[in-house]
Design a protein around this ligand. Structure first.
Ligand code: B12
Ligand code: SF4
Ligand code: SF4
Length: 348
């Protein structure tokens, strides 16, 4: 294979971003591998580019929006389906960027965008944390339930990364918190498993809805089968649970992304205002207990309590300046102008 040997001087961040947008990404940003090596999201289990390659210099982050249609129904199936398709499409886009980098004389490692590494906190972390990478790449910040969100599409984006030895000018992380925070708490009200914590998440709780045939569900089914009497074992073999597990293996149904709720109700993003504000205005799952929990988070912030999800290490990804609404206002104005331009365009 012939590879053009070019230096980083001839391949800039702008060129690489153009590659990603050309490949179909909606948003792209660049983070420095060095910054990520210094600030692993959880230092006990470092998810660092340096672990993958000593030569890693930059990480290119691609985001692809999840079309709003699946958030206009309360059925989980459309979201699950589109979520899978978006991730596969991101894989292809990342592969295209990698191939182009290679033609320019650099490597581009494409990472599985939805896998976990058993060595990292018993398989609850991926080799890299894509959300934290997107934040370091200046694309957005973490929400109350630690979803990554951006001004354009709120949390309704999926992510992919390409790790490269090309030294590219990194983007600067945002310092403003995009999440409206405790005063909003809509994701907390909508969560069927009460897994949204204070800039943290109960992963096991979430996975019972977000991964109905995920690893916890499957291992519970096997355990029950092993520990049951003969009659129960037979009923398990004829159950809908086993069928769901089968569909998980054969159609990836239920393995990932089966709960759209925290994502659907989040009011950040142009797409929310354009398509979701009316259908998602009322949150039927909301209960007085959940509202009280949101209030207690608000009080904790006001009182200056210790909030582990917002500690000195984590605040970097939540947004150290707190919520001001400035970024959202600027984005709404940008969106309004773009709509006006569209309206003024000739129709033929
Ligand atoms: C494992 C995993 C899950 C697990 C665990 C989620 C999690 N928060 O880690 C489960 C099954 C629960 C899950 C669910 C979902 N996931 Co998921 N998931 C992943 C995966 C494969 C790895 C995540 C990871 O490595 N996290 C790293 C750790 C360090 O992050 P963290 O756990 O959030 O830790 C931070 C805080 O929680 C806190 N913290 C951590 N531990 C502790 C302990 C204490 C005591 C405290 C106070 C705080 C704290 O500090 C950390 C640093 O800031 C990624 C793909 C990837 N490689 O990144 C996709 C990924 C994050 N998931 C994604 C999606 C789409 C989802 C769902 C929306 C799917 C769904 N609806 O069914 C839900 C959303 C749930 C939620 N609110 O987070 C997208 C992100 C989209 C987005 N806009 O954010 C990703 C990037 C996949 C992709 N390619 O797009 N996911
Ligand atoms: S994906 Fe569903 S279960 Fe998980 S935190 Fe969001 S709303 Fe809760
Ligand atoms: S729903 Fe509200 S509190 Fe939850 S992530 Fe979105 S803006 Fe933040």
């Amino acid at each position: 294979m012939k590879v053009n040997q070019k230096s980083s001087a001839t391949l800039g961040a702008t060129d690489v971003k153009a590659m990603a947008l050309e490949a179909g990404a909606d948003l792209v940003g660049i983070a420095s591998a060095e910054t990520l090596n210094q600030f692993p999201p959880d230092p006990r289990w470092p998810q660092t580019p340096g672990r993958l390659s000593a030569d890693a210099k930059s990480v290119i982050v691609l985001a692809l929006r999840v079309p709003v249609a699946s958030f206009r129904t309360r059925e989980p199936e459309p979201y699950q389906m589109v979520n899978m398709m978006i991730n596969r499409r991101l894989d292809k886009q990342a592969r295209k960027v990698s191939e182009q980098l290679e033609r320019q004389g650099f490597f581009g490692l494409v990472m599985n965008n939805n896998s976990s590494d058993w060595e990292l906190k018993s398989g609850t972390y991926g080799p890299l944390s894509l959300r934290h990478l997107a934040i370091e790449a200046g694309m957005g910040t973490l929400g109350l339930g630690v979803n990554f969100m951006c001004v354009e599409y709120g949390p309704r984006v999926n992510l992919a990364v390409v790790v490269t030895d090309a030294e590219l000018e990194p983007d600067q992380p945002m310092t403003e918190q995009l999440c409206v925070g405790e005063g909003c708490s809509r994701c907390l009200y909508a969560c069927p498993t009460d897994s949204v914590l204070h800039f943290n998440i109960d992963k096991r709780g979430c996975s019972t809805e977000a991964q109905v045939t995920g690893i916890y569900g499957v291992s519970n089914l096997f355990h029950r089968h092993l520990e049951s009497d003969e009659e129960t074992r037979r009923s398990i073999l004829n159950s809908g649970e086993l069928m769901a597990y089968w569909q998980g293996i054969t159609r990836v149904w239920g393995c990932f992304g089966t709960c759209p709720r925290c994502t659907a109700v989040c009011p950040v993003g142009d797409d929310y205002h354009a398509f979701l504000a009316a259908p998602q205005k009322v949150i039927p799952e909301s209960t007085p207990e959940r509202i009280e929990k949101g209030k207690s988070y608000k009080a904790a912030l006001k009182q200056g309590d210790d909030i582990p999800g917002m500690n000195d290490w984590n605040i970097r990804w939540v947004g150290p300046d707190g919520y001001t609404g400035k970024a959202a206002k600027a984005q709404r104005e940008k969106f309004r102008l773009s709509q006006q331009i569209k309206l003024q365009e000739p129709t033929s």
